[in-house]
Design a binder for this molecule. Sequence first.
Ligand SMILES: Nc1nc2c(c(=O)[nH]1)N[C@H]1C(S)=C(S)[C@@H](COP(=O)(O)O)O[C@H]1N2
Ligand SMILES: [Mo]
Length: 321
Amino acid sequence: MLIRSKRGWELPESAVTPESAFLTRRNVIAAGMGLATAGISIPASAQRLADVPDPTADLYPARRNERYTVERPLTAEQVAANYNNFYEFGGSKQIARAAQSLPLRPWTVKIDGMVEKPQTVDIDKLIRAMPIEERVYRFRCVEAWGMTVPWTGFPIKALMDMVRPLGSAKFVRMETFDTQPWAPGMRSPWYSWPYVEGLTIDEAANDLAILVTGIYGKPVPRQHGAPLRLIVPWKYGFKSVKSIVRISFVAERPVSFWERLQGGEYGFWANVNPAVAHPRWSQATEELIGGGGRVNTQIFNGYGEFVAPLYKDRQNERLWA
Ligand SMILES: Nc1nc2c(c(=O)[nH]1)N[C@H]1C(S)=C(S)[C@@H](COP(=O)(O)O)O[C@H]1N2
Ligand SMILES: [Mo]
């Protein structure tokens, strides 16, 4: 995300890549290679991160839903896995290694607010209870790059059927883990953590809106937002919050992470529209990462037939940025 501060501060790279992130990673690698037995002392927290098999690995690859196939080739797995936005781990696109310090189990998701059945669910129980399937979607970051990847996940609607939102719930608010010693980007004072995003109830209930548990036929890796992240492919990528720990059904529109920081550039709706420029760059085209070239951006990122009706009574709102 490119930020221009109204207050005149800048984001020096050095502020978000402290040395300790590198040290943590070395410990993790050492534990994975069995060097702990060679007399090197490894903190218990790092040992936990040695590659234990994912408890849901048997669910992949999931059946593909062919309704959402797209016209352009898939982005290479290794390209997508090494070009990420995940500010909790730093402000560059190269956070994949730092993100390996994210502890994935135990992991629970608290579902609360205006629902009949508030609950805190264990991630593995949740994934097994939900109808997961694979879908190939276009993905469009507000920074004018795009990719095409096979996500595995389930519609948020399935989770709503489980917890039963009350009529008073108008929005769904989703939140990433809060400040952690193993997430070096969170030491940066510029941001207000945790990362928060939100959708209207109608957007969340749309079949395209999914909670993702996998990618490329495997459990989703940490840098892509393991073990549970949102994907709303008709909106700019920043809406698709990663590593979710809490989902709240609320009456008021949540203020999202980028909106709080720079609301004039990153609003609540953030629907993709090639005709509405970002204040600092055009959104008419996008660069497909991995050498796919520049292509024209499509309105609603090509998903208008499924989502345009959501906005027919909201024409006075700032729907596009
Ligand atoms: N918690 C959290 N979620 C996040 C972000 C982030 O920094 N933190 N970045 C967002 C942005 S700007 C984009 S483009 C996508 C990137 O997803 P990817 O790295 O899986 O491609 O994640 C979104 N979700
Ligand atoms: Mo983004």
